[in-house]
Design a protein around this ligand. Structure first.
Ligand SMILES: [Zn+2]
Length: 336
């Protein structure tokens, strides 16, 4: 259902309106970063066009009910007219998988209003499979909709791309990622916020990370800010470095620990900038720490936050170029 999709409001609203007016193009390319909800949106489209009791709300002109027989079967993956194709064990989508839907596309839907073919990770279509699909995309049967989902759409053949209007999904905001982690994956708020702050707007990426380490990295980063807000004394500042690099034993572990901490630091400093300039608080990545961040704003005004953010960015760059974690951390604690 569209109402269960986090973020992408404007884009989903356009799609919802097109479905209500029956002007949705018969082939679409849902493109955008991995893990932001493209496949979920494709399934929501399949539900909305086939729902037996569609709803319209103030927000969505047409949305599925999520409860009727059709919605339930689509969500369980057993609706005969909603077909999902995805890469098999080999990592690619073969021509046989496509030929089957191309053959079926000529027939009317069994029970739904529209047959919906979702091709997930469409960039994995072998060139021969794309060519097999081409004729159907050129003259789509009126009762079928093809939804190609891809995070690397430019890997598709130009002939395929040109026949599918593109819907561009952007990254989610950290708050949206955190909300998804809490709602769908059982994260606690601190874990969700810490993971979301380091996920580049992708739920998939947040899920792939070790959330325990990120929660710790965020706590370390907060500690650094609280200490540097108070301590002007360089010796005292340099003592903190042990905490930032000393927990993992190995040098690779040291590097990972520091880099996670730096990314958390960047996210906290961005939030301090938001608080200092009075920008919209809904965009805070670490909204659960708002009171603690608020207390830091007396020390970190917008100028200092920005300067510290730039220093963190340089430190991350140095770390990527293989500088010693200890040297980088020493330099950084004196800069912020
Ligand atoms: Zn329904």
């Amino acid at each position: 259902m569209f109402s269960s999709i986090l973020g992408h409001r404007r884009l989903i609203s356009l799609v919802s309106r097109a479905i209500a007016r029956e002007t949705l193009p018969p082939a679409l390319l849902l493109a955008g970063p991995a893990g932001v909800g493209k496949r979920r949106a494709a399934m929501a489209i399949a539900c909305a066009v086939n729902c037996l009791q569609p709803r319209s709300t103030s927000e969505w002109e047409r949305d599925a009910c999520g409860e009727c027989a059709s919605c339930r079967r689509i969500m369980r993956g057993v609706h005969p007219d909603v077909i999902v194709i995805e890469p098999g064990d080999t990592g690619s989508i073969k021509i046989d998988q496509v030929r089957d839907v191309v053959d079926r596309a000529g027939y009317r839907p069994f029970e739904g209003r529209r047959r919906v073919v979702v091709i997930d990770e469409a960039d994995a279509l072998m060139p021969a499979a794309q060519n097999a699909l081409l004729k159907t995309l050129e003259e789509p049967p009126s009762a079928s909709i093809f939804l190609l989902v891809s995070s690397i759409p430019d890997a598709l053949l130009p002939t395929v791309r040109s026949r599918c209007p593109r819907i561009r999904f952007g990254a989610l905001s950290p708050s949206e990622v955190a909300a998804a982690l809490m709602r769908d994956h059982g994260y606690s708020e601190p874990d969700a916020r810490a993971a979301a702050a380091d996920a580049d707007g992708s739920i998939g990426r947040a899920l792939a990370a070790e959330s325990a380490d990120l929660t710790e990295a965020r706590a370390d980063a907060r500690h650094v800010l609280e200490q540097t807000a108070r301590a002007g004394d360089p010796t005292h500042r340099l003592e903190m470095v042990k905490e930032l690099t000393g927990k993992k034993g190995s040098s690779a572990g040291e590097r990972d620990q520091l880099s996670a901490c730096l990314r958390a630091l960047a996210s906290l400093l961005r939030d301090l900038g938001i608080l200092a300039t009075g920008a919209d608080r809904r965009s805070l990545a670490n909204a659960d720490l708002e009171p603690q961040l608020e207390r830091l704003t007396s020390a970190f005004d917008s100028e200092r936050s920005l300067r510290a953010y730039a220093a963190v960015d340089r430190a991350l760059g140095a770390l990527e170029r293989n500088a010693s974690p200890k040297v980088v951390a020493d330099w950084l604690v004196l800069q912020i």
